[in-house]
Design a protein around this ligand. Sequence first.
Ligand SMILES: C[S@@+](CC[C@H](N)C(=O)[O-])C[C@H]1O[C@@H](n2cnc3c(N)ncnc32)[C@H](O)[C@@H]1O
Ligand code: SF4
Ligand code: SF4
Length: 376
Amino acid sequence: MSIVHSKLRNRKKILHSLPEIIKNIKLTYRQDETTIPEINVIELHLTDRCDLHCNYCSYKNHIDAETLSEKSLYNIMLFKPKAIVLAGGGEPTLFRDSHMDINGVIDFFYKRDISVGLITNGSKKLKKESYDKLKWLRVSLDASNQSEFFALKKGKFSTRLDFLRSACESECKYIGVGYLYGDHNIRTLYDACYELYNIFSSRINIQFRAVCNIQSCTCPSSNYANERFRTSDLDVFWKDEIKYLKSKLCESKYENYDYHNFILNNTNLCDVLDGNKSNSLNFEHCFTALSRWVIRANGNIYPCVMKATNKARPICNIMNLNLQEINNNLSGYYNLSAGYCNGVNSCCRLVGEVNNIVMDSVGGVLDNLDSNDYFY
Ligand SMILES: C[S@@+](CC[C@H](N)C(=O)[O-])C[C@H]1O[C@@H](n2cnc3c(N)ncnc32)[C@H](O)[C@@H]1O
Ligand code: SF4
Ligand code: SF4
């Protein structure tokens, strides 16, 4: 099985956070105003500044180029995170606040024994030792040559390749290329893998993700309503494209066995070819809100990207923490209360499936957690 499928994009890993989720559920039951919730994974948006102009960027409507303050890193530590994902908003490598830059941020968490992952467009190279300190990194290429890259993002492809080359010389174990696919490039995915394999061989992995808006997903976000980028994965046209890609993959088994194995082991192309196999969403609580937060560059804390990009109610602001407000809002999101979230009708399918996983594993038990009956 591909490392992308089994390890890097394995949503079942939310189950590692069950102990903290259970503690946080108890907090919401008790309306505790003194205990700080433990949030295992924090996606941190260091800045909203960006050098690129991706047509499909989820955050392109955020024109106010906010930058997180260095002081907020200390506040984040109060929530005892175990893993930090540096992402955006904008482009995290462009972050600078007083005397700290992205290298300083990586070092800040690394020194405190927290795993750090980085999602970047590869604008600005890191210091050599910073690459070494990363658990994983992913460069959002979404293209395999300069003309495709420029058409999508209005920037230089070679800069991103240089970033990846430096990363490949480091001790960082998992070096990924993020590759959004949709109607505009589905036919090219096999050749794109080949281009990147020729440059980086098996040192990299390639993580394909469908660009929103996805036809098979009834996305509730108005952000993508008029997009010219879409994934028409229910169309006849799409089925033909998948047939074509499958035949190319099949041929590679005989023509270039090493490359064939690269696709199977280092990419999730097979998931793209398999199509949408998702179950319907049936969760009754938002467990994500208790285990993974998004902190925007203006300090606002949200339970997910959907809420962060749709002007929802923040859980709090990292620069102005108020425990009563945090635990009250956590309870609102966890219980999918009015004014917070409509649950399955408002959720992104990818995140919703994570909620399903917890619900299916322990849902009924968690509902009765408040009971004082200890016999079994
Ligand atoms: C918003 S970017 C910020 C980090 C960095 N600037 C980058 O491009 O990697 C974070 C991730 O969101 C992805 N993304 C942006 N718009 C998207 C969309 N419409 N659908 C799916 N993913 C999207 C990007 O490809 C990237 O992997
Ligand atoms: S590089 Fe990242 S933040 Fe910048 S426009 Fe593209 S997706 Fe958005
Ligand atoms: S959209 Fe609602 S249910 Fe889905 S992750 Fe966000 S807050 Fe939770």
